[in-house]
Design a protein around this ligand. Structure first.
Ligand SMILES: NC(=O)c1ccc[n+]([C@@H]2O[C@H](COP(=O)([O-])OP(=O)(O)OC[C@H]3O[C@@H](n4cnc5c(N)ncnc54)[C@H](OP(=O)(O)O)[C@@H]3O)[C@@H](O)[C@H]2O)c1
Length: 351
């Protein structure tokens, strides 16, 4: 929903935030469709490496400005230098998240960055520190955390409806056609099931059970060195556990089940955007709650980003920095055990 003039007061009374979108790939289109529906948001600028993509994206979604690589430098940098941009949504492949987000923060922009936040925890820590120093808002776009169904599930879990949580089981997978040019399979883009998919099962485990005492990872790397499937086992005090599978080889139910001493909750599929919750007590009676989803579901993370920026927050209480860092640390541990290495790991922290 278009707001008033640049940086002015919106009809709702909140300051209209002027958004910049970085990259014009698949997810950028989807999220931007929800951004166009957001209250008090102005679609100010989009940037791309290519002029054609930047212009086509700007025209399709109604951005006032577009930037691209050329004699004036990188399109992304030009967007960061635009003083009319308040907040940037970053939708490049994972391997570029660190450099792009760092440049945006250094230019004084608030940032919402796609998942996985970075390729490794060291990059994530550096970005969080930078946002802290610059007093800027920064958040990983784990849209699942902001959905009404997820918030309801966590409210029930934290309210004790299923007693003490003892185990979580979650999976996400699909048979993806091998295409070495696609970021999913490309080691240079941070390809593989772990970084692309495991974030979601892990998000449910960490939200329900917290940070584990130990993580054990099993999986298989293909000839290019990216993982085609992985299973993570998380161990918690007193035997509580999570078992999480993500796969680029096989389809699964794509659900999360959270089991406790007084019952269980199962999300609808897919677990990254559930529209139903099944809730079962010890009497075996299953209640189903339905959730009507607004737009494509990305609007909730966008709304939370805008709310936090207006409130002067640097991090969202729904998806705090610590949770992003914990998930990145678990991904690092899994990668270590799987032998999964990326070029980003060679970069020394602080350079
Ligand atoms: N939240 C979700 O549900 C969700 C879903 C899918 C993906 N994602 C995440 O979003 C990110 C992007 O995924 P995607 O599926 O949109 O990828 P994609 O279709 O490959 O698009 C990525 C875009 O990034 C830009 N880019 C910058 N440097 C690049 C490089 N070296 N190689 C390739 N592209 C580069 C390109 O845009 P320009 O040419 O315009 O610069 C490209 O179109 C990933 O981190 C992924 O994990 C999230």
């Amino acid at each position: 929903m278009a707001g008033s003039g640049p940086g002015g007061q919106s009809p709702q009374g909140g300051r209209t935030l002027r958004w910049g979108v970085v990259a014009t790939g698949r997810i950028a289109h989807k999220v931007t469709r929800d951004l166009a529906r957001l209250e008090d948001a102005q679609l100010h600028a989009v940037s791309s490496r290519s002029q054609g993509s930047a212009r086509a994206f700007a025209e399709e979604h109604g951005f006032a400005a577009s930037y691209h690589d050329g004699p004036s430098g990188s399109g992304y940098q030009q967007l960061f230098a635009d003083p009319r941009v308040d907040v940037v949504y970053v939708a490049t492949p994972h391997a570029q998240h660190f450099e792009v987000v760092r440049a945006a923060l250094e230019a004084g922009k608030h940032v919402l960055c796609e998942k996985p936040f970075t390729v490794n925890a060291s990059e994530a820590r550096e970005l969080v520190q930078l946002a802290g120093e610059r007093n800027l808002f920064l958040m990983e776009a784990v849209w699942t955390r902001f959905l009404p169904a997820t918030r309801r599930a966590l409210e029930l879990i934290r309210g004790g409806t299923i007693g003490t949580v003892r185990w979580v089981q979650a999976d996400l997978g699909f048979p993806a056609a091998y295409d070495p040019a696609d970021r999913l399979w490309d080691p240079a883009a941070g390809g593989g099931a772990l970084l692309d998919l495991a974030v979601y099962p892990l998000t449910w485990a960490v939200a329900a059970l917290g940070f584990p005492q130990r993580l054990t990872a099993q999986g298989h790397l293909n000839q290019d060195g990216v993982d085609v499937q992985n299973t993570l086992t998380l161990k918690y005090p007193e035997g509580a556990a999570a078992q999480l599978t993500s796969s680029l080889q096989a389809a699964g139910p794509g659900m999360a089940t959270i089991s406790g001493t007084a019952g269980w909750i199962r999300t609808g599929s897919p677990l990254f955007n559930p529209r139903t919750l099944e809730i079962c007590g010890l009497d075996g009676r299953i209640e189903v709650e339905d959730f009507h989803e607004e737009a494509e579901g990305f609007i909730h993370e966008l709304r939370e980003t805008a709310r936090c920026i207006r409130a002067g927050l640097q991090e969202s209480p729904l998806m705090p920095w610590n949770e992003t860092l914990q998930v990145m640390e678990l991904l690092d541990q899994a990668r270590e055990q799987l032998g999964l290495r990326y070029a980003n790991d060679l970069r020394e922290a602080g350079t």
